[in-house]
Design a protein around this ligand. Structure first.
Ligand code: URA
Length: 210
């Protein structure tokens, strides 16, 4: 069983992340690195996929070969930055089902409000991996997972690139059953809810909107 928090300390992940943090890294470079890093993180977050065996025939003999079992897993991207992680993971797991959850923060209540939700059917029978590069306050992650649980998801993982201690604590309090996989845990959030030292606004950096 994955721990509640797994930090992927692999040298390739850490090196790529450092280049992504650098404010001089271009939009194209950021996007390419995010795609590469997401493959490595996906390897870790899918460790516990169910396996079975099937008989195959090699050029030499028959054998019982290990293969994935059960329904295709579901990847759920929290819009819009989640899509940056999604692209890379889909290269590794092309048959995965994909869903999207859109949430914005109400300026008065500061609570997340859902504006879009389209997810695969039979979530109760799939491993469901929620992807969002930045686990900051944890408000949108918790809200997205609330929503997915209400739709039957019971075997969930949360995959991000960077996490703040505040977001990890919020997720642990709300969803202790959902393991988090991340490339790093940073120091803190600043007054605007940005992760410090962080990498800035992940959506802006991957889409070049600022
Ligand atoms: N979202 C981001 O894109 N960056 C942060 O630092 C926090 C939330």
């Amino acid at each position: 069983m994955l721990d509640h928090l797994t930090v992927v300390t692999h040298p390739l992940v850490q090196h790529k992340l450092s280049i992504m943090r650098d404010k001089e890294t271009s939009t194209a470079g950021f996007r390419r690195l995010l795609r590469e890093i997401s493959l490595l993180l996906a390897y870790e977050v899918t460790r516990e996929l169910d396996m079975t065996t099937a008989e195959i025939e090699t050029p030499l003999t028959k054998m019982q070969a290990p293969i994935l079992d059960g329904k295709k897993l579901a990847l759920i991207s929290i819009l819009r930055a989640g899509n940056g992680l999604l692209d890379g993971i889909l290269e590794l797991i092309p048959a995965a089902r994909v869903g999207f959850v859109g949430l914005y923060r109400d300026p008065e209540t500061l609570q997340p409000v859902q504006y879009y939700c389209k997810v695969p059917e039979l979530l109760d029978q799939r491993m469901v991996i929620v992807v969002d590069p930045m686990l900051a306050t944890g408000n949108s992650s918790v809200a997205a997972i609330d929503l997915l649980k209400a739709k039957g998801a019971a075997n969930l993982r949360f995959l991000c690139l960077l996490a703040a201690p505040e977001g990890i604590a919020r997720m642990k309090a709300a969803h202790p059953d959902v393991p988090i996989v991340t490339a790093a845990v940073d120091e803190r959030l600043n007054d605007h809810g940005y992760i410090v030292p962080g990498l800035g606004d992940a959506g802006d950096r991957m889409f070049g909107t600022k």
